[in-house]
Write a protein that binds this ligand. Structure first.
Ligand SMILES: [Zn+2]
Length: 52
C-alpha cells in the first residue's frame, strides 16, 4: 500500500508517473504528476527492509 502525495495545486492524489530505481541501496525515485495542473514532483522513497 502506497500513499501518493497530494497535488499542491488542486489537492488531489497525484498519479505515479515513473519509478526510477535508485543507485543507492533501498532508495528509489518516484515521479508523481498531476495532469490537470501539469505539476510534477519527484520523491525519494526509502523502502523498509529488515537490515540483514
Ligand atoms: Zn493538480
Amino acid at each position: 500500500m502506497e500513499k501518493y502525495p497530494l497535488c499542491p495545486n488542486c489537492v488531489k492524489p497525484m498519479t505515479l508517473a515513473r519509478v526510477i530505481p535508485g543507485s543507492v541501496k533501498l532508495l528509489s525515485l518516484n515521479t508523481f504528476g498531476c495532469e490537470r495542473c501539469n505539476v510534477w514532483l519527484t520523491e525519494a522513497v526509502q523502502y523498509d527492509l529488515p537490515a540483514r
